[in-house]
Design a protein around this ligand. Structure first.
Ligand code: UFG
Length: 318
């Protein structure tokens, strides 16, 4: 989903919250496909926009290895179309969903924004290409202001329990998988790798609450409007703290009161040992800092899971 933000600025946050469900045919939501330039034209012809938050993209690493063409088509062509429409309609402020994946297998921890960038798979390559593209757009036309937000591992759910992650099929990511074990949809969690050189042998990631992540976008938008000459700049959105797979299992068990049976398995190919963010730049320049810890992330994810054990389809087993 990409969100276009109209004037006046006071309505920015309101629009974000009103548009929270792309599947809802509610006011302010236009459903379209970035690969379809007619859809984009309809959106941009309808009114004047000040900025766009561009979330739309495929994001499953394994799928990108199996079907790279899907990733290049969706992530790259969709974004090129978006840039074209934005330019045609004089909207040159963009917040882009990038990813910690652009650090590949980081040589230095914590990851700082000017660390070496590399891609470990086609998904990562699309993010890296899109970051390079953003820098090129700004070099070619300094009226473009672009914030690249490098997400670490987003988890959790809105505290209402009404908005959460609903992966299709068997989840790839750790928390959705743990959640499905906790509600009884899956029998046990495969722990990929228990011989990493970490405190308990399992891999370490920087998990961030989705609500903190959302706040990071508001901070980024504010930056675009407050500092019109910002250019093209990247920020890490993480907590700066690393949590191992087994620590996450323990935290979810505590939050849910459920057993999470685990099976120790070989490492998953391509996984890094330890990835966590330096958050200093975002704190300094965006005045943003993650507020929630692992406990709140698990609490809110469990609240969502209890209320929606089968996701958005309201109890009908998938
Ligand atoms: N893990 C398990 N069992 C599972 C799933 C995951 O042990 O069933 C482990 C993984 O091996 C890894 C950790 O949990 O060590 C986190 O795995 P995730 O799949 O949840 O997340 P990743 O760090 O692999 O990848 C995430 C996003 C990517 C993004 C990357 C950026 O899913 O899109 O962060 O660092 F590119």
């Amino acid at each position: 989903m990409s969100l276009c933000l109209p004037l006046p600025r006071a309505t920015l946050i309101e629009l974000v919250s009103r548009s929270r469900c792309a599947a809802c045919p509610s006011r302010g939501v236009f459903q379209g496909d970035l690969r379809n330039t007619d859809d984009l034209e309809k959106v941009f012809a309808a009114r004047r926009y000040d900025a766009v938050i561009h979330f739309a993209g495929l994001k499953a690493v394994g799928e990108s290895v199996a079907h790279p063409e899907m990733y290049y088509e969706n992530n790259l062509i969709g974004t090129i179309n978006l840039y074209k429409s934005m330019k045609e309609h004089g909207c040159k402020k963009l917040v882009f969903s990038s990813s910690a994946t652009v650090y590949g297998w980081p040589e230095v921890i914590p990851c700082v924004e000017d660390s070496k960038l590399q891609a470990a798979n086609p998904y990562g390559r699309t993010k890296l290409i899109l970051e390079d593209m953003a820098r090129d757009y700004h070099r070619a036309d300094t009226e473009w202001s672009i914030v690249l937000l490098r997400y670490f591992n987003p988890i959790g759910a809105h505290s209402s329990g009404e908005i959460g992650e609903d992966p299709k099929g068997i989840p790839n990511n750790l928390l959705p998988y743990i959640q499905q074990v906790a509600v009884g949809r899956l029998p046990e969690l495969n722990v990929y790798g228990h011989d990493y050189p970490t405190r308990d042998g399992t891999a370490i990631r920087d998990y961030i609450h989705v609500v903190d992540l959302a706040d990071g976008h508001i901070a980024a938008l504010k930056k675009l409007f407050d500092s019109p000459d910002i250019g093209c700049v990247a920020y890490n959105l993480g907590t700066g703290r690393g949590t191992s797979v087994l620590e996450m299992v323990a935290a979810f068990k505590k939050a849910s009161g459920k057993e999470i049976p685990t099976k120790l398995c070989p490492r998953r190919p391509g996984d890094a040992t330890e990835v966590y963010a330096s958050t200093e730049k975002a704190e300094r320049e965006l005045a943003w800092r993650a507020q929630y810890g692992i406990e709140e992330m698990c609490r809110d994810q469990w609240n969502w899971a209890k209320k929606n054990p089968y996701g958005y389809c309201g109890g009908a087993k998938k």
